[in-house]
Write a protein that binds this ligand. Structure first.
Ligand SMILES: [Zn+2]
Length: 161
């Protein structure tokens, strides 16, 4: 796919114009999700694997990902919809940003669950979260935390799915 094929905003088109499409991508975890992944940590590159932060900057059309043949509203109710294709800008993180996000994610896994984490084949590590008794140990700590500020980070490329 090329970025010219999708109706991405002119702002993002300009930001990504001279960037490369990153290859051999695997998701480590997602941080935000709404009908698909909105942001998260990825690994990319063949020989020298690098870490990047992916941020969803475009989503395409609503489709049923199991192609069940029902009306799309019904698919929405049954949770088999996604917006595709999705384009993500990928940022290089500063060490302290990576450390913060990785620590936060380890605590999320410990207290909330593994359902936002992926194994080496790209499959979610779990389909559901832990019982809610421990969730507050994560959310009490991070609810007020500022989001990742990417305003000084370099965009190293883009990916899509
Ligand atoms: Zn469906």
């Amino acid at each position: 796919m090329s970025l010219g094929q999708v109706n991405i905003s002119s702002e993002w088109k300009d930001l990504l114009r001279d960037k490369q499409q990153l290859e051999s991508v695997s998701w480590l975890w997602h941080s935000d999700y709404y009908d698909g992944r909105l942001s998260g940590m990825i690994e990319y590159g063949f020989e020298e694997r690098r870490i990047g932060w992916a941020k969803n900057v475009y989503y395409g059309d609503l489709v049923c990902f199991i192609d069940c043949g029902q009306d799309i509203d019904k698919c929405d109710e049954l949770n088999h919809i996604e917006w595709t294709p999705r384009v993500y800008a990928v940022y290089a993180l500063f060490d302290e940003q990576y450390d913060f996000e990785a620590h936060k994610h380890r605590e999320f896994e410990k207290y909330v669950g593994l359902h936002c984490s992926y194994d080496k084949d790209g499959k979610p590590k779990a389909s559901s979260c832990k019982t809610s008794a421990t969730h507050h140990l994560f959310y009490d700590k991070y609810r007020e935390a500022a989001g990742l500020d990417l305003s000084k980070n370099e965009i190293v490329g883009w990916i899509w799915r």
